[in-house]
Structures are given as C-alpha cells and as structure tokens.
Write a protein that binds this ligand. Structure first.
Ligand code: SF4
Length: 396
C-alpha cells in the first residue's frame, strides 16, 4: 500500500447523490438532467437506494462525513423520499454524527412546510439557486422563479431552522450589465446568506444559450466585463464580511462547504445516481447518464458483489496513479485561496515536499507575486487568481 492510499483510507468519504430531474431546462444548463420524466422518480429512488447499499456493503464500516444531494433539482423529491435515502445511507455506512448534509433547491419548490420536513429529517445545509435578482435575466435563463420567490424561500428556510444557507448566482451573461450584477449582489447580501457561490457563465455545447449566441440572437459574453463583475463581487463580499475561501466561493467564518472542500482537497467521494462523478478507492469514474438505463442497471444487478466503489452503473473508471493524483491535488488545492496546499499534509500523503518537487515553477511564480509560499503552505495570491490557469498548466 502506498503512503497516499493509507492516508486516503483513513479519511471519511463524502457521498454525492445526483438527482437528474428538472421541471424546465434552464437555457445555460449542460448538467445531466431531464424534464418531463417525473413519473420515473419513485423507481429512481429505489434504484438509488440499491446503489447506496451496493457501495456501502462493498466496504463495510466506511465513515461518511458529508452528503450532497445535487442535480438536477433535488427539491423535486418528497421529504419521505429524502428520508428513505438517508435511512439507507445510515444502514450501510458509518454516518458521522456531525455530518454536513446539503441539498440543492429551486426557490419555486420551497415553502415552510417542505423545508421544516427536510430539516427534521436531517438536511442541515440548503443551497438555493437564486442565479439573479433581475426578473428579466431569470426569464432569459428560463428559470421557474422570480426574485420575490427567492426572498420568500430564503425567509422560509430561516424559519424552518436552516442556519447554513447558500445562494448560487451567475454572472457574465449576455445583456447583463455591471449595474444589474451589482443589484443582484446587493439583493443577495440583503438576505444575509451564510455562503455564496458565484459562477461565471460558460457557454457549454448543447445549451439553448450557446445556440442563441452562435446564431447571433444574443451577444457573446464580454470577458473584460466578466472580469470586472468578478472584481466587483470580490470587493462587495469582502466589505460585507465574507471570506473568499475558493476561487468561486465565499462564506461567513465557519460556513465553508465541507463537501466541496473534500473535492478541493482531492479526498475521496463516491458519486451515485445517473451522471454522477466519483473519486474513491484510487479510481476516478462516472456513472451511466440516462435515468432509465440507470434504473434498469440497478434492477438487473442480480445480487452480485462489487469491489468498492464500483456498482452496475459505473462507467469510464480510470485508475489514478501517483503522478495523476499529485497533479489533481495541486490543481484542486490551488483553488483554495486561503488554505492553499498544506505542505505537511502533502508530505504525509506523497512522501515528498511540494516545494522540493516543483521548486523552479514555484520560485518563478513566487517572484512574480502570483504564488505565496511559507513553511506551512503554498497558495495562489490575489494577483495570481487571474492567471491561475497558466500556473496550473505549468505545475502539472
Ligand atoms: S434547475 Fe439547475 S440543473 Fe435544472 S436545468 Fe436549471 S440549472 Fe440545470
């Protein structure tokens, strides 16, 4: 067993559950999600419970520290369905008592009764897809909600006892202005969320927005304006008391997303549900995309035993060798703008000092003021964030 495998095996695993259903398809979205197949939800929940059992039983006693219901739209599941999934996790894994259990949601699904029922069943972190405070932008995105619904959903979440609430916002969108982005940030901050995730629009293949831009029906996103929006957000969120702990994520102290930290620290997580991604047992993998095929695969599994973390839905598994694991640890870790990569942790995991391993590149970028190095950490500086991709490329 390598040093790295020993470290990984002592670390609690995170579980990502992909819920691939949406009521409408947002115009910018390229996630593995489907509309008009809600009738499959009950069979899907059964299949997901089966996949949880297979993974849990393939390595008994696996400790779980975080669970993330992502999608798709997990808030289309009933509280009873969420409870069945959580009960199956508890029966098949060692769910740690202080686990973070997050659920992504659409504001239009959220009222007090639903949120109180989720809270009572153990969901302790809520992520709300606000995206924008400008109703015209929400119409362009084909979102189901308007800004009033976000405010009501947020109030209902607080009333239901959620003290860990994230808002997702998008910037760099065609027709968005610096002023409209400022309004969105002001309205989001007025709600006093505990965490904010800000995503720059990516024009992904196959989305309606990409098609509209290609046909000239929408202007191309303006990279300079997008950079100005990022700078504006960085200033406004710092003034409002949020710490930027990752390139796209801000939190009030103590409210960093532990599940996502697991990704950025390149620690193990099992991905379950159609189109999920996982990294566990030294293997990076995806699961089959189509919900119907996923359900069928779970029905046909025939009581076979599987090696952790494989299931009948595992697709494209790639064994991660030491070199790849180091590269991935660097790319992910440098996204953590405060924590960076802890040299001692790196040394324990890989048996070599990070600065010794990449001395010339690290010295070069430290001299330019793009990297910070001290006895404890290597991290990217504020100036380095704008050039992070170039630094990542040279390091790997
Ligand atoms: S609700 Fe989320 S996952 Fe569903 S289509 Fe919209 S952006 Fe994509």
């Amino acid at each position: 067993m390598t040093i790295s495998h020993a470290v990984m095996e002592q670390t609690p695993v995170s579980l990502y559950l992909h819920i691939p259903f949406c009521r409408t398809k947002c115009t910018y979205c390229a996630f593995n999600t489907y509309v008009n197949i809600d009738e499959l939800i009950p069979a899907f929940v059964q299949a997901l419970m089966q996949e949880i059992r297979i993974v849990g039983q393939s390595q008994t006693g696996t400790a779980v520290g975080t669970i993330f219901f992502g999608g798709g739209t997990p808030s289309l599941l009933t509280p009873q369905q969420i409870e069945s999934l959580l009960d199956t996790i508890k029966a098949n894994f060692d769910l740690l008592p202080d686990s973070e259990i997050s659920l992504e949601s659409n504001p239009s699904d959220l009222d007090y009764a639903y949120l109180a029922a989720l809270r009572a069943r153990g969901i302790n972190r809520l992520s709300i897809g606000m995206q924008s405070a400008i109703d015209n932008e929400l119409v362009l995105f084909a979102r189901r909600h308007d800004n009033d619904m976000t405010a009501k959903a947020f109030g209902a979440a607080r009333a239901a006892g959620f003290d860990d609430v994230n808002l997702d916002l998008i910037y760099g969108v065609p027709h968005q202005t610096l002023e409209s982005w400022q309004t969105t940030l002001q309205q989001a901050l007025a709600l006093r969320p505990d965490h904010l995730s800000l995503y720059a629009l990516g024009l992904e293949e196959g989305t309606a927005m990409t098609d509209w831009v290609a046909r000239g029906r929408l202007p191309e996103p303006d990279d300079d304006l997008t950079a100005d929006m990022y700078d504006l957000a960085t200033d406004m969120l710092a003034q409002a008391g949020y710490d930027q702990y990752e390139i796209s994520n801000w939190a009030r102290p103590g409210h960093e997303c532990r599940h996502n930290l697991q990704y950025w620290r390149n620690l193990p997580y099992a991905g379950l549900g159609p189109g999920a991604h996982g990294y566990a047992g030294g293997v990076r993998y995806a699961t089959i995309l189509a919900p119907q095929r996923y359900i069928q695969a779970m029905r046909n599994e025939g009581g076979k035993t599987f090696e952790f973390p494989y299931t009948p839905a595992t697709d494209e598994p790639v064994v991660v060798d030491r070199e790849a694991e180091i590269a991935e640890t660097l790319i992910m870790g440098l996204r953590l703008t405060q924590e960076g990569i802890k040299r001692e942790t790196f040394q324990q995991r890989f048996g070599i000092d990070l600065v010794e391993l990449h001395r010339s590149v690290i010295e070069k970028y430290t001299k330019f003021g793009l990297l910070h190095v001290d006895d404890d950490v290597v991290r990217i500086t504020q100036k380095g964030r704008l050039l992070s991709n170039a630094i990542f490329r040279e390091l790997v």
